[in-house]
Design a protein around this ligand. Structure first.
Ligand code: ADE
Ligand code: ZN
Ligand code: ZN
Length: 259
């Protein structure tokens, strides 16, 4: 009996370990999709409704995580993040041979723009793009290879063991306890200028924007830190802004492709 319990405990931790990397978490990715939906032009909305057969961007936002357990899609695993050292740049540092988040986003945009892509190819790359623009705004997805984007950076989340990556992917949003529609509806009101600033730039600029945030996170967090109420107080509004930027910028790309 004792042996069985030990096996069950080990198994449950193992399974948790395998499935831990689910990025912004389902709610965060859906919120990004829902926010984007509100910034689409009519023409883009029509094109997307037709491709997704009426499903929303929020509905498809977790597809790229869902397919991770299917071996057929193994090669897309590295497209969820990009790592390079703090004293280097994306351009200077040797690129991952398997591709990275920037390669993933550029591949999706090209496939959607390409008149020769089949409808199925477009659907696939649209779903992937919705997810990857979410990942682009999770600061630890523009991370360091040494600790796997904070996955190996152990901390406590309230009384439980956690890692820094998962705090940013999941714990803060989960503890905030809003649905994805509530997160979208309660986004900060933006002035015209603020909106313009969020919309400006390229995918690479947006990556460096998240990278600055990643650096701040590392400056303000130590291995073994006990994170909880104070961390939520310091960073939950930052998370909300990242979700908002992700949604607005996803809409910029989609309007550029379909508009
Ligand atoms: N695995 C390795 N690096 C990672 C990162 N930055 N984000 C998510 N998973 C990773
Ligand atoms: Zn993640
Ligand atoms: Zn992801």
């Amino acid at each position: 009996m004792k042996k069985l319990i030990i096996i069950l405990v080990v198994l449950s931790f193992g399974v948790q370990g395998i499935f831990a990397a689910d990025d912004w978490g389902k709610t965060g990715h859906r919120a990004t999709g829902e926010i984007a939906q509100r910034y689409l032009t009519k023409k883009t909305q029509r094109a997307i409704t037709e491709l997704l057969n009426g499903q929303s961007l929020a509905f498809v936002a977790n597809y790229a995580d869902d397919i991770k357990s299917d071996n057929e899609y193994r090669s897309y695993g590295t497209w969820h993040y990009v790592n390079f050292p703090f004293d280097s740049t994306y351009e200077k540092h040797p690129k991952s041979e398997k591709g990275d988040l920037i390669v993933g986003i550029n591949t999706c945009v090209s496939a959607l723009k390409n008149e020769n892509s089949s409808k199925d190819e477009k659907i696939f790359h649209l779903k992937m793009l919705v997810h990857f623009i979410g990942d682009l705004h999770q600061p630890l997805h523009i991370g360091l290879a040494d600790d796997k984007g904070g996955n190996d950076f152990q901390v406590r989340w309230f009384k439980d063991g956690a890692n820094l990556h998962r705090v940013w992917d999941y714990h803060m949003i989960d503890d905030y306890d809003m649905s994805y529609t509530e997160l979208a509806e309660n986004s900060e009101e933006l002035t015209k200028n603020q909106l313009k600033r969020f919309q400006a730039g390229t995918v690479i600029d947006w990556m460096y924007d998240s990278r600055d945030l990643c650096k701040q996170v590392y400056e303000n967090t130590e291995i073994g830190d006990k994170l909880g109420y104070m961390y939520m107080y310091d960073y939950m509004n930052v998370v909300r802004t990242q979700l908002q930027k992700g949604g607005i910028r996803l809409a910029v790309l989609l309007n550029g492709i379909f508009g």
